[in-house]
Design a protein around this ligand. Structure first.
Ligand SMILES: [Zn+2]
Length: 122
């Protein structure tokens, strides 16, 4: 691409050699910035392009990690709430069993009393 652009009329050797696509995408023209290093402006130098790519990549990875950590924290909170709810249900169930046993015991005593029977065996 650089060879091609150099053959074009109006090529400026002291300007960045990177061909840039026009808005429509059919024609490329020479970058309008002055050379910064190795025939490229700071924006188009391969080292800078790579550094930007790596920086964005690192930012993406960090953002993903942060998102994952937030999701995990939310899950842990929900699990904690569900565990508490389950424990509360178990407590209520246990209490209901005791209450039901007492109710049955009292009812049987009442019945046996009404029938004039003894209830030592209860
Ligand atoms: Zn450039």
């Amino acid at each position: 691409m650089i060879g091609k652009i150099q053959l074009r009329k109006g090529f400026k050797p002291d300007y960045c050699h990177k061909p840039v696509w026009s808005g429509g995408g059919w024609h490329s023209y020479q970058c309008k910035r002055k050379i910064w290093k190795d025939e490229y402006c700071k924006q188009h130098h391969p080292d800078e392009v790579e550094a930007r790519f790596q920086k964005k990549r690192a930012e993406r990875i960090a953002a993903n990690k942060s998102r994952q950590e937030n999701i995990h924290a939310k899950c842990r909170t929900e699990i904690e709430a569900l565990t508490q709810m389950r424990d509360e249900v178990e407590r209520i169930k246990a209490e209901a069993h005791v209450n039901a046993d007492h109710f049955t015991y009292d009812l049987m005593r009442t019945i046996l009393d009404a029938q004039g029977k003894k209830h030592e065996d209860l």
